[in-house]
Design a binder for this molecule. Structure first.
Ligand code: CA
Length: 231
């Protein structure tokens, strides 16, 4: 279930977005201002942030600037929300690194469609929601995974782990980072939990020969190669 952080000070909009997201099968975390958003971000890693421009105290654009300078959080996609339709604001938001921009008032279906499009792009998925590497394909819409012609059955944790690694190929993640990014809401599991899930994942991928895409990087962590024997 995608987790969306909404940073918005207007309660009626928060209620509308919460309803729209829950109908679309997404979880919403909410914050009424930048300070609350930072508190949420200290413990959870949302898949996407919906960020209102006009907030009390600090503006949404200030939070966006800070996020883009933050090594750990700079690749979380952000959609800016604003009441201002002026082209200049839109350009400024995109320059600071917003992934998309929605002008208020917006309809729930429009919001959900824009979120899905940005999530697909952020995961490296094509228009039909498929991410692939070598003979491995993962469908982010149906949650089906195939290695060559073989269907791969995965538990929810191994699915999330594979989706995360596939979305960031060739990058090495430490066990601690994977715990933060994939197990975001669990109560601090141990690092060996990651090793157990990697082992399960490799075992599930082995029949089609896709287990070789997942590399153990000694002393560093794990990464996924775009192609077998590649990287
Ligand atoms: Ca506002």
């Amino acid at each position: 279930m995608p987790v969306i952080l909404l940073v918005e000070d207007e309660a009626p909009i928060r209620d509308m977005v919460r309803f729209a997201l829950s109908r679309a099968g997404m979880e919403m975390l909410d914050a009424g201002d930048v300070r609350q958003a930072q508190q949420v971000l200290a413990t959870r890693r949302p898949d996407l942030i919906l960020l209102d421009w006009m907030l009390p105290e600090e503006s949404g654009i200030e939070l966006l600037r800070r996020l883009r300078r933050d090594e750990e959080r700079k690749d979380i996609p952000v959609i800016m929300l604003t009441a201002m339709a002026e082209e200049e604001q839109k350009v400024q938001g995109l320059e600071v690194g917003a992934d998309d921009y929605i002008t208020k008032p917006f309809s729930p279906p429009e919001l959900v469609a824009r979120i899905r499009a940005v999530l697909r792009r952020a995961m490296g998925a094509d228009a039909s929601g498929i991410i692939s590497a070598g003979d491995l394909t993962l469908n982010t819409v149906t949650h089906e995974v195939f290695c060559s012609e073989n269907r791969v059955e995965l538990g929810p944790t191994e699915y999330r782990l594979l989706r995360f690694l596939l979305s960031h190929p060739e990058r090495v993640y430490s066990r601690g980072q994977l715990l933060d990014y994939v197990w975001a809401d669990a109560h601090a599991p141990e690092e060996r939990t990651v090793d157990v899930s990697i082992r399960r994942l490799r075992k599930a991928l082995a029949p089609g020969g896709c287990d070789g895409l997942i590399r153990t990087v000694r002393g560093a962590g794990y990464s996924l190669s775009r192609s077998k024997g590649g990287a």
